[in-house]
Design a protein around this ligand. Sequence first.
Ligand SMILES: Nc1nc2c(c(=O)[nH]1)N[C@H]1C(S)=C(S)[C@@H](COP(=O)(O)O)O[C@H]1N2
Ligand SMILES: [Mo]
Length: 503
Amino acid sequence: MRWVTAALHGLLAAAAALGSAELAAGAIGRATASPILAVGAGFIDLTPVRLKDFAIRTFGDDDKAVLLAGLGCGTAMAAVAVGLLSRGRPLRGAAGLAAFGIVGVVAALTRPAADLVDAVPAVVGAACGMAALTLLAARSREGAGPARVDDRRRALLTGAGVAAAAAVSGAGGRALLRRGNVSAVRARLRLPPPVSPAAPVPPGAQVRVPGMTSFRTSNAAFYRVDTALVLPQVDPRDWTLRIHGMVARPIELTFDDLLRQALVERDITLACVSNQVGGDLAGSARWLGAPLAAVLRRAGVRAGADQILSRSSDGMTLGTPLEAVLDGRDALLAVGMNGEPLPVAHGFPARMVVPGLYGYVSATKWVVDLKVTRFATDQAYWTKRGYAEHAPVKTFSRIDVPKPFARLKAGPVAVAGTAWAQHRGIDAVEWQVDDGPWRPARLAPVPGIDTWRQWLAEWDASPGSHTLRVRAVDGTGTTQPEHRTPPFPDGATGWHSVVVTVT
Ligand SMILES: Nc1nc2c(c(=O)[nH]1)N[C@H]1C(S)=C(S)[C@@H](COP(=O)(O)O)O[C@H]1N2
Ligand SMILES: [Mo]
């Protein structure tokens, strides 16, 4: 057999393995058991935090697509290797595919919410891959003389058949998995109005300068950061929230129970710890939800507890300082975002939102379980990886316009941006040109201390290259520090600057 043929056989066998595994995952209705997704999720968990930070910052919402593309390339290379190994040695090919299968089984079974049936897709895939490889090898043995042309045709047809079967079963599996999709349930859901509506957003909260950030982030534009390769599909009719651990009376709420609480609506800005200076992993939405403190009080928090360990339906864990949740701030079990049920990507049907804390210690999406506990007893996903247990949002300010390396005309130029220090509020923003004096910027009004705040200044720009710099003062009177630190382990610090050219 020629090298190219052998390599092609490896690729086709891998396609048969992945396609049939997808069909098996669809048949058992478990997307997370699909080998590609399970291995991808395992990768995410094993990736060192710095690399993960880099991926989130560099690829943003595309981080998962990049990971899957990388995984696809890796798999294709391994498949070619298996094909080459199997040249004239069918057992070696089978061993290669078995290795594929073992990786898939281990990945599927080590997912946090795994079940024994999750091993099925990888086993089915490996078996189908071996069958395909054997068939391809048998059908490409060439005879001599006039029979040769027929042999070729038969080999080609077999290859095309395997490819088609792989594609059809893969697509079939995908279709079966879509049956569990909750988008239709979400579209039909009507949320009750809040008992306590949000304070009106003052006119003027939005600075009207072209290119300026929107004060309210639409659901479609809201940043997304999570470890979920497949979006958890949680049907509100099956959803429950268990509250247990160091409580007097463990309780379990249904979605209807949650909607019967005295719902409040609040404007709250959410920010990710992975933001570098000037970063854009933050968004501001109007959240509708049940006050978390009231729910916890119903359960009766016992003395000595200092952490809420929350868990999502896909097994992610986040640890929230209990004291922040109980200190009177609007910590929510949110069900609505900007007038709609939560989008699936943002935690449908329920998530936590705690103003003033970075997302990784507070904003659990698809939340199903709250354990009242101690930091000394239980560690959450990111704290196990060295991130801080207590992570209040650090004071942050950003120049949104002009953009970096903009070319501007001399004369009056609008300089504007966004600053945040949730739950402390922004009291002042100062800006500077080159190493000139710090000048106060005009602050836009805000509905409260839990949202970001926009600012505006007018600059009489003179020709040349200039550096614009910004810093904010939070509600405690503390100025944002100049010293630059990275996002790990509890959020970046440093002043944002933008270099522009004026002609
Ligand atoms: N279930 C789950 N919830 C999660 C995460 C996650 O990975 N899984 N990531 C957290 C992080 S790091 C952030 S910054 C926010 C982001 O929320 P968003 O995607 O709605 O913007 O969700 C938090 N909640
Ligand atoms: Mo985050």
